[in-house]
Design a protein around this ligand. Structure first.
Ligand code: NAD
Ligand code: DAU
Length: 338
């Protein structure tokens, strides 16, 4: 593989993935296609934007003409689709952009990949397609899909379209479903970066309901290595789960963050619960371990500590987002070519 297209590469996981792939594959070039929504931040890749093996084009995966032009500039061997509307709470306020990007965008992207005969496609799906677990059990790749939020329903629709394109057209796609990621460059609307930045600013931490919902935390680098393994070794038509084997209630997570930051528990504020809030996610990732030779490597203790250190050392990055300044970055760098 010489040229890889990554969609949504200016977001949290996509930017970590691009950095990992450039560092680990010296012969590989990457084309990043990103619409730069509120969640797309070119500052996430400021350190590699002058790398001769990296190129960026701004555009929408639901825009067929844009994709045909961008993907025809040179031979592209594979596409990894990270582009999505990714925040559950926003999908509850307005599901329109979620259907447009996560469903229509996935369909248009696959149609253009078929037209251009691109030989490999990875759909970055999510464990939320499985719905919610009770106190016991784990999601396997065979767990029936039962999404509960507009976000997860739109991701499930995209995921099933990928499955159908493989079944109907032999489309060379692999699907990954991962649990909750944390790590550097995560947009501070998701619980860990939001709570770190609020605590540092002396603001309250809004815990939904009693904080008894459980998430299975995985460091973004472990997820990115999983996507890399699925891209290089996954069998077309297969689904691979990734998870961190680290289940925590939100209140345990919140207390741990406050302790590590040296901040008081009086900052915790219990607020109205998220409507339809999934109780528990927990992943069985033994198939990926068996078939891809992958396993999570970063313990939560180490990963959380390094993540907190990263946010402590990147106050300007957080401040640019909180103030809206980050949206101006690309224009300043490239003289308004967007
Ligand atoms: P993110 O919101 O940080 O980034 C999404 C990126 O996609 C942004 O750069 C945004 O500008 C871009 N984008 C949005 N709509 C687009 C469009 N129509 N065309 C082109 N680009 C567009 O999201 P993330 O947390 O990095 O998640 C990346 C992917 O991983 C998503 O598909 C998400 O569903 C999946 N996922 C996330 C997690 C998690 O814990 N964050 C876990 C499992 C799976
Ligand atoms: O499981 C994978 C999914 O994880 C991904 O597919 C999504 O893209 C990603 O956003 C994430 O979804 P969650 O809804 O689990 O993540 P979030 O950080 O929004 O919330 C984590 C938990 O924390 C959830 O139980 C809700 C709770 N929460 C969240 C926020 C933002 C709070 O209690 N307070 C908050 O302010």
């Amino acid at each position: 593989m010489k040229v890889l297209c990554v969609t949504g590469g200016c977001g949290f996981i996509g930017s970590n993935f691009i950095r990992l792939m450039l560092a680990g594959h010296p012969g590989l070039s990457i084309l990043n296609l990103d619409k730069l929504t509120y969640a797309g931040n070119p500052e996430n890749l400021a350190d590699i934007e002058n790398n001769s093996r990296y190129a960026f084009a701004r555009g929408d995966i639901a825009d067929r003409a844009f994709l045909e032009e961008a993907l025809s500039r040179g031979p592209v061997d594979a596409v990894v689709n990270f582009a999505a509307e990714s925040h559950v709470d926003r999908s509850i306020l307005d599901s329109g952009p979620f259907v447009r990007t996560n469903v229509v965008g996935t369909q248009v992207l696959m149609d253009v990949c078929r037209e251009l005969k691109i030989g490999r496609f990875v759909q970055v799906s999510t464990d939320e397609v499985y719905g919610s677990l009770g106190p016991d059990g784990l999601f396997t790749e065979d767990t029936p899909l039962a999404p509960n939020s507009p976000y997860s329903a739109s991701k499930t629709a995209g995921d099933l379209l990928v499955r159908a394109y493989h079944h109907t057209f032999g489309f060379p796609a692999v699907i990954t479903r991962c649990s909750n990621n944390y790590g550097p460059y995560q947009f501070p609307e998701k619980i860990i970066p939001l709570f770190i930045s609020n605590a540092l600013a002396g603001q309250s931490l809004p815990v939904y309901g009693q904080g008894l919902n459980v998430r299975d935390w995985i460091h973004v680098e472990d997820h990115c290595r999983g996507v890399e393994a699925a891209l290089l070794k996954g069998r077309a038509g297969e689904v691979y789960n990734f998870g961190g084997r680290c289940e925590l209630t939100n209140i345990e997570l919140t207390r741990t963050l406050l302790r590590l930051l040296g901040k008081p528990e009086s900052l915790i504020r219990h607020v109205t619960d998220r409507p339809g809030h999934d109780l528990r996610y927990a992943i069985d990732c033994s198939k990926a371990e068996r078939e891809l030779g992958w396993s999570p490597r970063i313990s939560f203790a180490d990963g959380l500590k390094s993540t907190i250190d990263w946010y402590l050392g990147h106050g300007e990055w957080v401040e640019h987002i909180r103030s809206g300044e980050y949206a101006k970055y690309y224009e300043q760098q490239y003289g308004g070519r967007l």
